[in-house]
Design a protein around this ligand. Structure first.
Ligand code: ZN
Ligand code: FE
Length: 256
């Protein structure tokens, strides 16, 4: 086993997609399949041959390219057992608590339902990286299409429990808009104010704000901060249960 290489590239209008590769094991996976031309270009650029698709959830900008890529490459598709009916071409069904082996690298499967039911994250615990799809974004989280606030807050707490230095690869560049919202609900968070400035600088030069880390998100992402007195006061829920603060923060973002 050698190190887990990660090659990040943009796809569609605002997705990020990732190739993961272990040279010794000779395996290459793609995290989700938003955009076949972009994936093929990345494979050409790296010189890697696709062996696996690791899906986070069923949305078309994540699993839409599954069948065509499988047909072209004969790759193996890994996805959520809970959502197997909606993951095209699924071969290996994984569930929370599984440690899926990818070229000798252990991917711990976390159920992070909320954006969709059956959304999973792949946490490569020994490599210190997590692929979280649309469950968590830099300064944001996925819209709650299918789950309940309880479910989604439970999912985010699982991600918060990962080591602070875990590198978090999410599936979209939504950070500039997320930063504006974050400042509106937690205006006195110094770490957030500083980070928002940094983000403005990066985005003005078209530099990605992904990956992030669990530690940075815990310090600045309002969806991980329902315990913040500033956030609670700003949205009028001082002392409320954390799940209610999370739910109201998510609702406010939907209408921001
Ligand atoms: Zn999605
Ligand atoms: Fe998405």
């Amino acid at each position: 086993m050698s190190k887990l290489d990660v090659y990040m590239f943009p796809a569609l209008s605002d997705n990020y997609c990732y190739l993961i590769h272990d040279a010794n094991a000779g395996v290459t996976g793609v995290i989700d399949t938003p955009d076949i031309p972009a994936i093929e270009k990345a494979l050409e650029k790296t010189g890697w041959s696709l062996t696996h698709i690791l899906n986070t959830h069923h949305h078309a900008d994540h699993a839409g390219g599954n069948l065509e890529l499988k047909e072209k490459t004969g790759c193996t598709i890994v996805g959520s057992a809970k959502d197997a009916a909606r993951i095209p071409g699924i071969d290996i069904k994984v569930t929370e608590g599984d440690a899926y082996e990818f070229g000798g690298h252990k991917a711990q499967i976390l159920d992070v339902s909320g954006h969709t039911i059956g959304h999973i994250a792949y946490w490569f615990s020994d490599d210190g990286v997590a692929f979280v799809g649309d469950a968590l974004f830099t300064l944001g989280c996925g819209r709650m299409f299918e789950g309940t606030p309880d479910q989604m807050w439970g999912s985010l707490q699982k991600l918060m429990a990962l080591p602070d230095d875990t590198t978090v690869y999410c599936a979209h560049e939504y950070t500039a808009a997320n930063a504006k919202f974050a400042l509106s609900v937690e205006p006195h968070n110094e770490a957030l104010i500083e980070r928002a400035k940094e983000i403005d600088k990066l985005r003005s030069q078209n530099i990605p704000t992904v990956p992030t880390t669990i530690g940075e998100e815990k310090a600045t992402n309002p969806f991980l901060r329902p315990a913040s007195a500033d956030l609670q006061a700003t949205i009028g829920l001082t002392g409320a249960p954390l799940v209610d603060v999370f739910a109201e923060t998510r609702r406010l973002k939907d209408h921001f």
